[in-house]
Design a protein around this ligand. Structure first.
Ligand code: ADP
Length: 225
């Protein structure tokens, strides 16, 4: 479903990715690991069409992401939910409104929005905090809101870029448990991280990037860099 074919990315002469090739099939849970600067975020940006490859091809289902015009990106992104280290929540809206926002902009009926938002709030176990504002939440709770927001469109894939980077070990475990549950319910999961403990505990596929190249790609891998 996701295919990186000989993808290279150069930023102002700097080679961030070099000849990267991998495929991810539906319902996989794949960790993309490597030290800071290895190219993890660049992979995420290419996948969601935020950057274009310098050479090679990125496809997602029938979308040739490397060729999409900016006007076509919203169509692609309906299939991909994103979660980032810094949450990217709207501080002037409460939990419910943060999750409902994109659905309201898309013009969905209020009742449908309400059902969808309540469902994802239950999924991340935040049903009791729907009226709270973002500054009233812990870091772990903020990330659970971001995951709920990413899930509300029922995407095929969740891409989480360093989602536990700002969290303590307890909240890190809870976020990873939620991501695992989401994957078990059928959503493809791509986790970019430099956290060895998480990746080793997951025991799923691991793509290791080193200096912009795929160093290893192993089923049930460990993070051995
Ligand atoms: P990671 O997510 O593994 O830390 P990134 O994909 O963010 O790695 O970055 C890979 C390399 O590309 C780094 O050396 C980074 O400095 C460089 N880089 C990333 N984005 C840009 C950009 N917009 N302009 C120039 N260099 C960039």
């Amino acid at each position: 479903m996701i295919n990186f074919q000989n993808v290279s990315k150069r930023y102002n002469g700097y080679e961030a990715l070099i000849d990267v090739t991998f495929k991810i099939v539906p319902q996989e849970f794949v960790s993309i690991v490597g030290r800071s600067g290895a190219g993890k975020s660049t992979v995420v940006k290419l996948l969601i069409g935020e950057e274009k490859p310098t050479s090679g091809r990125v496809t997602f289902g029938h979308y040739d992401v490397s060729k999409l015009k900016s006007g076509q990106l919203p169509q692609l992104r309906r299939h991909i939910g994103t979660v980032f280290q810094d949450f990217k929540l709207l501080p002037t809206k409460n939990v419910y409104e943060n999750i409902a926002f994109a659905l309201e902009v898309a013009g969905k009926p209020e009742k449908e929005i309400d059902d969808l938002v309540r469902e994802v709030l239950d999924l991340v176990d935040l049903g009791t905090k729907s009226k709270n504002f973002i500054n009233e939440l812990s870091g772990g709770e903020k990330q659970r809101v971001a995951i709920a927001r990413a899930m509300v469109n029922r995407p095929d894939v969740i891409v989480a870029d360093e989602p536990t980077g700002n969290l303590d070990p307890f909240n890190t475990s809870s976020i990873i448990n939620i991501l695992t549950k989401i994957n078990e319910l059928g959503t493809t999961l791509i986790l970019a991280t430099h956290n060895k403990d998480i990746v080793d505990r997951l025991g799923r596929r691991v793509i290791l990037l080193e200096g912009g190249k795929v160093a290893t790609d192993e089923e049930k891998g460990r993070y051995t860099a």
